[in-house]
Each structure stands twice: as structure tokens, then as C-alpha cells.
Design a protein around this ligand. Structure first.
Ligand SMILES: [Zn+2]
Length: 563
């Protein structure tokens, strides 16, 4: 017994000695620690670079309709060597560029990130505001309004923000697009840079003081090289015109010719047309707008040495000329077919540069779109598919007239935009009208108007869960503070737009169904028709990088995509 007690005492003594020794060792100043653990990196088998590609107004079926004409190094490489999600949708309305880009990168919908349109009516300021405009900053590389931009109206963080936070700002994050919002929203709030194209008489890539005080030398050099002039050449079809069998005839009633040209037909002599079509702005509406973005992205990759060190970098590239061309010529045009065949080559060029600079297998790419597009309704009518046109100004006149009859008031509505009716709260209050009664009155009134298909009130959207498909999409796009009081939905393929070209913005599948391709480091090779949502992209990339999700994320990682 005694012996056992001494043994225990000896054991306790030795244990406390070693604890003391360990404590002493830990209290040594940092410089004296010999064997430091491996340095922390975001790597841990993560890719050296993530490249997010967003194609503006790309319908899912552009992957399949033009498939046989794509080369092996562009879309097909991503589709066949990566993971192809064939049933990926927007889960909200309105399906526009700014809410689309914000949702891809924040992993949530406008109800949380607050980007409820490209432009929207700001109730506090009593005016329509632009999603990225910010008077607190000025342009870099320009003196014009085009540079006064920031992502500050986007309320939640992006996957690119989370990468910056995770790596103590060591990750390099750059956003690039023809459109300011296509560069700014993806790059996020903590980005190193966002660059976009200034048209008019400038033809330069610019930025804002939100990111920097001066353009880096390589950007200034790129601008000095005046590549934009080189691209303002003749746009002819890449292959003989008669081989464009995946679209309608080149001459038809559903397309709009540029100013100074009689018909919307090939060839387009851009150098001749630039004078009447906004000079360098003309490039935006041609496939060469995508080419110059690809050139600039490759230059950024090289000069910023992206994907070269242990810390994962992020390059967000948005190709937006596809949207301008879709708006002008429509979903079924030869111009769209040619644009995608050429974009395929630009994407191949970008992937080849990534192979060369970062190495195949060291980078991860995803490709998606910010929204789809509707077939031109006049074209659909020629095929006897239900469709039509809706006049917003007639709608507004009729509504104000009916409200006058009911309430004997002229000014109960402040604004109608993005299919939302905003009340003039002051007048509603002054006239002692219960806003919920007014919401309900308008809802029961306008459902009888021509081409109105569904109506939702603010009260219904904030007080209950919408179970049905469209209602859920409306609710996901409804920001409690920023959105309007009554929201209406037009009938399928009914648009408020010119008789030529295509547009988007609705909850219908032609606007919500977009490609989703993952490729490269950490990505399995397969495909799936399981339904996925646009808000799943950021959580999937976050999981791949083993970093926190964006702070408002409501999507889920698409786990089968990841190795
Ligand atoms: Zn558009």
C-alpha cells in the first residue's frame, strides 16, 4: 500500500514537471520557436485559381442547339470533361443582370442580398437608382459618371469576399466585364480590382476609387494599345451563311438593324457604323465585345500573376455582348448563333491561357448565365405559340384612372418598375387609407387587366410562405425593405418590349433555365438533370475551397460535383 502511494506521488511529480516544461516552451518568444508548423494556406489541395465565367443572357439550350458546331476546346471541353448540370434555374424574379450576378456570387436571392433589379425605385430617396452607382467614389481611368461605382448596395458577402477574409487578403480577386455591374458584383466588397469597359469616345477599361487610386501599368498599356479600334472591323459570319441552320433566315421581321443600316443582315461594317452607333459603344453589341474581354482577362491572368502561389486566387469574368446582341436580334437569329460560335473560340483561348499560366488540373472553372431570354413574341405568334406585348404606359394610365374612381385621389402610386407597384406612402397615410386594403384592392382590380396572369401583395409575401412555383420565385426576389407593395406577373411569353429582339426578367423557364458547368481541380466528370439553383454555386465553390459560405447564403453545395 505504502509503495503504491509513493509510486503515485512520483508519477504525479513527473507529470507536473513535464507540464511545466511544456508551458515554459510555449511561453518562449515566437522567434525562438524552432519547428514551426506548416504555414497556413488556403490550399490544402484547393485549386490555385478559380475562374467564374458568366455569360449574359445565355439560355441553357444554347449549349445544345449549337453543340455540333462548337470546337472541342471551349464549351465542349467544360461539358464533357467537367460536370454538366442540365437543369439549373434561377429561383427568383426579376431575372436581370445585376440580381443574377449578385445571386451567383452571394449564394442567395434578392430577398437577402437586396439587388432587386438593375435599377429600382428607392423609397427613401424618392428616385430610381442604379445597382452599382455610388457618388462617394470617382472613376479611375475616366472622369465620367461611368466610373462612380461600387458594390455597396449589395447587402451580403460574396464567395470572393469570403476567400479574401479566409486568406487575410492574400488571395487576389479581380472582376472583369464589358458591363460595370458584371465586374463589380462578382468581385465583391473586398476585391483587389474590378474593371469594365467605357464606350462612347473612350474605348478603355476603367475602374473606381473604391478599389484603387490609379490603373495598374498593364491596364494603362492595354488601353493605349487601342485594341478596341482593331475590333471595329467588319462582322461577317464565321462560316458560310447557308450553314447557319440552327437559326432562322438572316432577313426577317424580328430583328433590329443598327442605325445607318437598312436591314439586320450580314455583313456589318462596324467601322462605318460606329459614328452613328455610339462609337466604341458599338463594340458591346458585337461578338468582339467578348473577344476584348477575353484579351483583357488573359492579360490580367499574366500580369497579376494569378494562380501562381499557394493562395487560391479568383478571376471573375463576365461576357456581356451576348446580352446586347440578344436584345437587338433575338434568340432565333443568325447573329446569336454566330456570337456563340465565336464566344466558344474566346473561351477556348481563355482555357488555353489558363493551361499555360496555371496548368491544367490546378484551376477550377464554373460557367453559368445571369438569366436566359424569351423567343421574340412576334416570331412565336408566327408559330401559333401564345405570346404577346404589354404596354406599361397604358397599364399605368388605366391603374391611376381606376384608383381615382375608387379613392378620388390622383397620386397614390409613386413608381411602377420591375413589375412592382410602389405606393406613395405619404399620400396613402394622409388620406387615411389602410395600405393592406389598397394592396388588396389593386390586386383584385388588375388581375382583370389584359395579359396580367398573377398578382401578389406585400402583405401576402411578408406574412406567409408561398408554396407554388411562381409565388416562391416572387418571394425570393422580394426584399422586405426595398421592394414594392403589389407585384404582378405577365402571361408566359408576354413582354413589355419592342417588336424586335428578345428580352428577359420573368419567372418563366426561358428566363430561369441557364447552363451550369464545373470543370477542373476538385471537380468530377459527369452530368446530371437533377434540379439545381443558381444560389447553389457559391456554396459549392465555398465547399471546394473549404472556406465559409457567403454570410447570407441560402443555397446548398451540389455535393456530387465535388470529388
Ligand atoms: Zn439584358
Amino acid at each position: 500500500m505504502k509503495n503504491l502511494l509513493s509510486l503515485i506521488l512520483i508519477f504525479v511529480f513527473l507529470t507536473s514537471c513535464s507540464t511545466l516544461l511544456r508551458k515554459r516552451e510555449n511561453s518562449k518568444p515566437k522567434s525562438e520557436i524552432k519547428e514551426a508548423p506548416l504555414t497556413y494556406t488556403a490550399k490544402q489541395e484547393a485549386p490555385k485559381l478559380v475562374v467564374g465565367i458568366v455569360v449574359d443572357q445565355m439560355r441553357y439550350d444554347y449549349l445544345t442547339r449549337f453543340y455540333s458546331r462548337y470546337g472541342n476546346g471551349g464549351f465542349k471541353r467544360l461539358m464533357n470533361d467537367g460536370y454538366n448540370l442540365t437543369n439549373n434555374h434561377y429561383n427568383f424574379v426579376p431575372t436581370y443582370t445585376a440580381p443574377g450576378h449578385a445571386s451567383i456570387y452571394t449564394g442567395t436571392s434578392p430577398m437577402n442580398h437586396g439587388i432587386i433589379g438593375n435599377n429600382w425605385y428607392d423609397k427613401m430617396e424618392d428616385k430610381v437608382i442604379y445597382n452599382a452607382s455610388d457618388k462617394d467614389y470617382t472613376g479611375v481611368g475616366t472622369d465620367s459618371e461611368d466610373g462612380k461605382m461600387s458594390p455597396r448596395k449589395m447587402l451580403t458577402s460574396t464567395v470572393t469576399d469570403q476567400l479574401e477574409l479566409h486568406t487575410q487578403g492574400k488571395a487576389k480577386v479581380i472582376g472583369i466585364s464589358i458591363k460595370d455591374r458584371g465586374a463589380i458584383l462578382p468581385a465583391g466588397h473586398a476585391a483587389d480590382a474590378a474593371y469594365w469597359f467605357e464606350g462612347g469616345d473612350k474605348g478603355n477599361f476603367i475602374s473606381s476609387t473604391f478599389y484603387m487610386q490609379q490603373l495598374p501599368q498593364w491596364v494603362a498599356d492595354f488601353n493605349t494599345s487601342k485594341k478596341a479600334d482593331h475590333y471595329l472591323k467588319t462582322w461577317n459570319t464565321l462560316y458560310p451563311l447557308e450553314t447557319y441552320t440552327a437559326s432562322g433566315s438572316d432577313l426577317n421581321d424580328f430583328e433590329k438593324a443598327p442605325k445607318g443600316k437598312e436591314t439586320a443582315t450580314f455583313p456589318y461594317d462596324l467601322n462605318n457604323l460606329r459614328g452613328e452607333n455610339g462609337n466604341y459603344s458599338l463594340i458591346k453589341g458585337t461578338p468582339y465585345g467578348n473577344s476584348i474581354v477575353a484579351d483583357f482577362a488573359v492579360e490580367a491572368l499574366k500580369k497579376e500573376e494569378m494562380g501562381k502561389d499557394e493562395v487560391t486566387d479568383f478571376l471573375a469574368v463576365s461576357f456581356s455582348s451576348t446580352d446586347y446582341i440578344g436584345h437587338q436580334y433575338g434568340v432565333n437569329s443568325v447573329e446569336i448563333e454566330d456570337t456563340y460560335l465565336r464566344l466558344d473560340l474566346d473561351i477556348e483561348r481563355l482555357l488555353n491561357a489558363l493551361d499555360q499560366e496555371v496548368g491544367n488540373g490546378n484551376y477550377t472553372v464554373f460557367l453559368t448565365a445571369d438569366h436566359g431570354a424569351v423567343h421574340n413574341p412576334a416570331y412565336l405568334q408566327s408559330k401559333r405559340v401564345n405570346s404577346g406585348y404589354f404596354s406599361r404606359s397604358n397599364f399605368e394610365k388605366q391603374l391611376n384612372k381606376d384608383l381615382k374612381t375608387m379613392y378620388n385621389q390622383e397620386d397614390l402610386i409613386s413608381n411602377i418598375s420591375n413589375d412592382q407597384i410602389f405606393f406613395n406612402k405619404e399620400n396613402v397615410r394622409k388620406n387615411k387609407i389602410n395600405p393592406i386594403d389598397l394592396e388588396n384592392f389593386i390586386a383584385t382590380l388588375i388581375i382583370d387587366y389584359m395579359h396580367i396572369d398573377k398578382v401578389y401583395t406585400r402583405n401576402a409575401l411578408v406574412s406567409g410562405i408561398q408554396a407554388d412555383g411562381t409565388g416562391r420565385l416572387i418571394q425570393n426576389g422580394f426584399h422586405h425593405k426595398r421592394s414594392g407593395d403589389v407585384i404582378f406577373v405577365l402571361e408566359p411569353a408576354v413582354i413589355s418590349y419592342s417588336k424586335t429582339g428578345s428580352t428577359h426578367g420573368s419567372s418563366q423557364s426561358y428566363d430561369t433555365h441557364v447552363p451550369l458547368l464545373f470543370y477542373g481541380n476538385g471537380i468530377r466528370k459527369s452530368s446530371s438533370s437533377k434540379r439545381t439553383e443558381i444560389i447553389d454555386i457559391a456554396p459549392t465553390i465555398s465547399s471546394l475551397l473549404k472556406i465559409s459560405f457567403p454570410n447570407g447564403a441560402t443555397g446548398n453545395p451540389i455535393s456530387e460535383v465535388l470529388k
